[in-house]
Design a binder for this molecule. Structure first.
Ligand code: SAH
Ligand code: SF4
Ligand code: F3S
Length: 482
């Protein structure tokens, strides 16, 4: 069967049914508001990656359309949705802790509905755990059917038991779900779902299904609408954006899509993640170089430096071919900021293998690295490998890696001293409301001054030039030059 046939498009009838339910719930909520003067409220807790954040924006969008206001905390909410991640074991453990803390809220608010969804719920053992040990959870749903939230919410009001709705499909694409975005000036846009790579340590392909790409016209329509609403920066998302379009009838690849997004008026900056090193092409690097709005930033996870480990991880590239791609990217875009993901302690990783990882960090010089200790995931091929690395060794290696990376990040930030950089202003600085904060095209956080209060408010969402006057490991300070 071709990949394309595996993609299910939810029919418009099914979606219009969900919209009818949303209208019904909204009417009820409005009636209640008129009676009590208190708007029913929702709170969504999100764990995991940008993909889950993007999904949570849809969950909030639906709840918003159903007439729920956003509650500042779980205590003030009438509906709580917990969107889960299972990429590492500690993500799962943390989640059980959080759900445990919600139990007492039901005593204070008997009408409270608790829903648990997301990647972790695509695993039978986790659903079983919630169903039996956390019986006050009202709804469980998965990654493939969040569009059904209105129906589940309506049904759960009359259910005594936990309502469970998980689809074990190869995956589908659902357009036209309302979205409530976190930011006005920057937005996540999912361009594809799922993953076909099956890296041997990773659970994502099992909980997110097969790769499926949204149609370019749907993506562009979403981005044009964002631009009309004032959005300046989009980050397009997928587990492996470099394989965008392979499952579509049109011959369009990720580089073509980037060019199309680059042509959308009003959008000033484009970022994307994640790129798999095996699929990053010369065409993509040239497109990044040529498209003025595409930022000089690339997240390119290498995971491990040793070819033996890369092979066992099923990553399908070598240290040498990875370094060659980095060289090409740096040559095409001098000053490009690189970031990466690294795993320490994959089964069988020796001292010499680990040294290869440190060598990649030294050679490439990443601005930022997300570093993880290998976590055994049930159902993945690597979990079956016998030579699991000793916990103490894993932690020692991890500490060495973090120390090296911190010194590299610091060194790269120091090169920003006295430079003038373009910042997209995001808002007041967290630690000092008299100052503004924003990011460079390379993704560095910069706090800066140079404006009085009325000016500050009008600048949010615009681009300004800032001279860097102070550097730290994780952010920069500066003063406006224009
Ligand atoms: N699709 C993206 C990332 C998905 S998960 C990519 O391939 O780059 C994000 C990161 O979590 C991965 O890059 C990897 O570094 C880490 N990760 C995934 N599974 C893991 C595991 N079992 N143990 C430790 N880290 C893991
Ligand atoms: Fe996981 Fe590999 Fe897919 Fe990334 S590319 S989501 S690490 S299987
Ligand atoms: Fe976690 Fe799912 Fe993302 S497992 S890392 S939330 S795709």
């Amino acid at each position: 069967m071709s990949e394309r046939k595996a993609t299910i498009q939810v029919d418009s009838l099914e979606l219009s049914r969900q919209h009818e339910i949303m209208d019904r719930i909204r009417e009820n909520n409005e009636m209640e508001y008129a009676k009590t003067g208190k708007k029913p409220a929702m709170h969504v807790l999100t764990f995991g990656c940008q993909q889950n954040n993007a999904d949570s924006e849809r969950i909030k969008g639906m709840l918003n359309q159903m007439g729920y206001a956003e509650a500042p905390s779980t205590q003030a909410a009438d509906v709580i949705i917990v969107n889960t991640c299972c990429v590492r074991e500690n993500a799962e453990l943390k989640l059980y802790g959080h759900i445990g803390t919600l139990k007492h809220l039901k005593r204070n608010n008997p009408r409270l509905i608790i829903g648990v969804c997301g990647c972790m719920m695509q695993q039978e053992h986790a659903v079983e755990m919630i169903r039996t040990k956390y019986r006050y959870v009202d709804i469980i749903f998965g990654t493939h059917n969040l569009y059904k939230l209105p129906e589940l919410l309506e049904r759960s009001k009359n259910e005594k038991y936990t309502l469970i709705d998980i689809l074990n499909t190869e995956g589908m694409i659902v357009e036209d779900i309302p979205v409530k975005r976190e930011d006005k000036y920057k937005a996540w846009v999912t361009i594809m779902y799922g993953c076909n790579n099956f890296c041997s340590y990773c659970i994502v392909p099992f909980v997110r299904g097969r790769e499926r790409s949204r149609k370019p016209q749907d993506i562009l329509e979403e981005i044009r609408k964002l631009a009309q609403e004032g959005c300046k920066e989009v980050t397009v998302l997928g587990q492996n954006v470099n394989s965008y379009g392979k499952d579509l009838e049109d011959t369009v690849d990720f580089a073509d899509l980037l060019r199309m997004v680059n042509d959308v008026d009003g959008i000033e900056r484009i970022r994307f993640m994640t790129s798999h090193p095996k699929d990053i092409s010369d065409k993509l690097i040239e497109t990044m170089r040529d498209c003025k709005k595409v930022c000089e930033q690339l997240h390119l996870p290498f995971q491990a430096g040793s070819n033996t480990i890369l092979d066992k991880m099923n990553r399908k590239y070598t240290k040498e071919s990875y370094l060659e791609k980095v060289r090409k990217a740096k040559e095409a875009m001098p000053g490009i900021a690189l970031s990466t993901d690294v795993i320490v302690g994959f089964p069988g990783e020796t001292e010499a293998d680990f040294e290869e990882t440190l060598d990649v960090i030294r050679q490439v010089e990443y601005d930022q690295a997300f570093m993880f200790i290998y976590s055994k995931r049930k159902g993945t091929p690597a979990a079956e490998l016998s030579e699991q690395v000793d916990e103490e060794v894993k932690h020692k290696h991890f500490d060495r890696l973090v120390k090296l990376q911190n010194s590299v990040s610091r060194k790269l930030n120091e090169a920003y001293m006295d430079r003038i950089v373009e910042i997209l202003v995001e808002g007041p600085s967290k630690n000092d409301p008299e100052r503004l904060t924003g990011r460079t095209r390379t993704g560095k956080v910069v706090n800066f001054d140079g404006f009085d209060k009325p000016q500050r408010d009008t600048l949010i969402g615009s681009l300004v030039n800032v001279r860097i006057t102070e550097v730290f490991s994780w952010f920069l300070n500066g003063t406006v030059t224009d």
